[in-house]
Design a binder for this molecule. Structure first.
Ligand SMILES: [Zn+2]
Length: 328
C-alpha cells in the first residue's frame, strides 16, 4: 500500500469509528463532580448570562446592592420552571451528553433524581458546620450507603477555616470510611459579602488553610472545589506538597471571564497537574449550563485530547474509586 493510500485508508477507518460512535449516540462519558440539587423557586428563578463577571459592575454602599448574576445579554440561559421541569431536562441532558453527576443539596431532590436514574447520580452529603448535624447522625447517614461523597463543605461562607476544629470529627469519620470530601475554597462571586453572606471572607479560601486538615487526616481524600480561584500559587504549592489533593473547575468555569478561566486552567496544567483536575459545573437551576461548561474544556486548544479526557472522566474515576467499565 502506498503511503498516501495508507493515510486515506486510516482516515476512512477513523471516520468509520467516529461514525459508529455517533450512530450509537454515545458520547464518551463525562463526570461532573459538582452539582447542586435544590427546589426550584419560580420567584427566585432568574435567567443567567454565562461569564457574567467579565464586567464587574461599579457600585457603592449607598447604591442598590449588586446582583449575584447578570441577566442582560443576547441569549441568557433559562432557569427550570419547576422541580419536574428541572428533573426532566437534567435527565435528558445527562443521557444526551453521557454525564454522571456527583450531587449534593436538598435530600428529597437528590432521592428523586437518583430514583429516576440511579446510574446518573452519585449522592453527596453536604455539611458546613457542626450545627447542621451531629457527628453520630453524620456517620449514620453515611452508613446507609446512599451517600458516597461528603460535600459541598463550605465553611468559608460562615467565616470559618476548613481546618476549624469544630469540623474535625466529621472529617475523621470521612477518613475512616474512605469517603472523598469536596471543600469550597476561593471564589464566591462578585460582592458575596454585600449581597447575602456578610460572614464570608476571601482570605478563608486560601488553599494553605487546608494544610492542618491534611496533616491531621493523612488518608482523607480532599478535592478543592473551585480550585482555590484565584489563588493559583497557593493551590499549586498545596498540590505539590500533598499528592492526593485534586481540584475542580466548578463555578468560575461559567462565571468569570473566559480568558481568565483558560489562564487559570492552563497554569494548573502547565504546572504539571493535569491528572488532578476534575470537571465540575456548580450546576444549579439552568440545565443548559452543562453544554456551556463542557464547551469551555472542548475548546481549550492548549489541552491534548488525552488531557481533556483526563479532566472530563479519567481523573474522577481514579479519585472516586469508580469502575470505568460501569460507564461503557
Ligand atoms: Zn462552592
Amino acid at each position: 500500500m502506498k503511503t498516501t493510500c495508507k493515510i486515506a485508508f486510516l482516515a476512512l477507518l477513523i471516520g468509520m469509528a467516529a461514525g459508529n460512535a455517533q450512530e450509537n449516540g454515545k458520547r464518551p462519558p463525562i463526570i461532573d463532580v459538582h452539582v447542586h440539587a435544590m427546589r426550584v423557586n419560580p420567584n427566585f428563578a432568574a435567567t443567567m448570562c454565562p461569564w457574567f463577571l467579565s464586567d464587574m459592575p461599579g457600585s457603592g454602599p449607598n447604591q442598590p446592592a449588586p446582583s449575584f448574576i447578570n441577566t442582560a445579554c443576547a441569549n441568557p440561559l433559562q432557569p427550570a420552571t419547576s422541580d419536574a421541569d428541572m428533573q426532566a431536562k437534567l435527565l435528558e441532558a445527562c443521557e444526551r451528553l453521557n454525564v454522571t453527576m456527583v450531587v449534593s443539596g436538598d435530600a428529597a431532590v437528590i432521592h428523586d433524581w437518583h430514583d429516576a436514574a440511579p446510574d446518573r447520580f452519585i449522592p453527596s452529603l453536604s455539611l458546613s458546620s457542626a450545627d447542621q448535624m451531629s457527628v453520630e447522625a453524620f456517620r449514620d447517614s453515611l452508613e446507609t450507603g446512599f451517600y458516597k461523597v461528603m460535600g459541598e463543605v463550605a465553611p468559608q461562607y460562615q467565616g470559618m477555616s476548613p481546618s476549624d476544629l469544630s469540623l474535625d470529627a466529621y472529617f475523621a469519620v470521612a477518613e475512616e470510611m474512605g469517603i472523598p470530601v469536596g471543600i469550597h475554597m476561593g471564589t464566591g462571586g462578585n460582592g458575596m459579602i454585600n449581597i447575602s453572606n456578610p460572614k464570608y471572607r476571601a482570605s478563608l479560601g486560601q488553599p494553605f488553610l487546608l494544610e492542618d486538615v491534611l496533616a491531621r487526616h493523612p488518608k482523607l481524600k480532599i478535592w478543592v472545589m473551585h480550585a482555590g480561584y484565584p489563588m493559583i500559587d497557593q493551590m499549586i504549592a498545596l498540590m505539590g506538597a500533598n499528592a492526593y489533593v485534586y481540584v475542580d473547575l466548578a463555578g468560575f468555569i461559567w462565571s468569570y471571564p473566559l480568558e481568565e478561566i483558560h489562564a487559570y486552567l492552563r497554569r494548573l496544567v502547565q504546572a504539571g497537574f493535569g491528572k488532578r483536575i476534575l470537571y465540575g459545573t456548580d450546576l444549579m437551576m439552568w440545565p443548559k449550563l452543562l453544554e456551556t461548561s463542557i464547551g469551555v474544556i472542548e475548546n481549550a486548544n492548549y489541552l491534548s485530547e488525552d488531557q481533556k479526557r483526563d479532566i472530563f472522566f479519567n481523573n474522577a474515576v481514579r479519585f472516586f474509586n469508580l469502575n470505568p467499565e460501569d460507564f461503557e
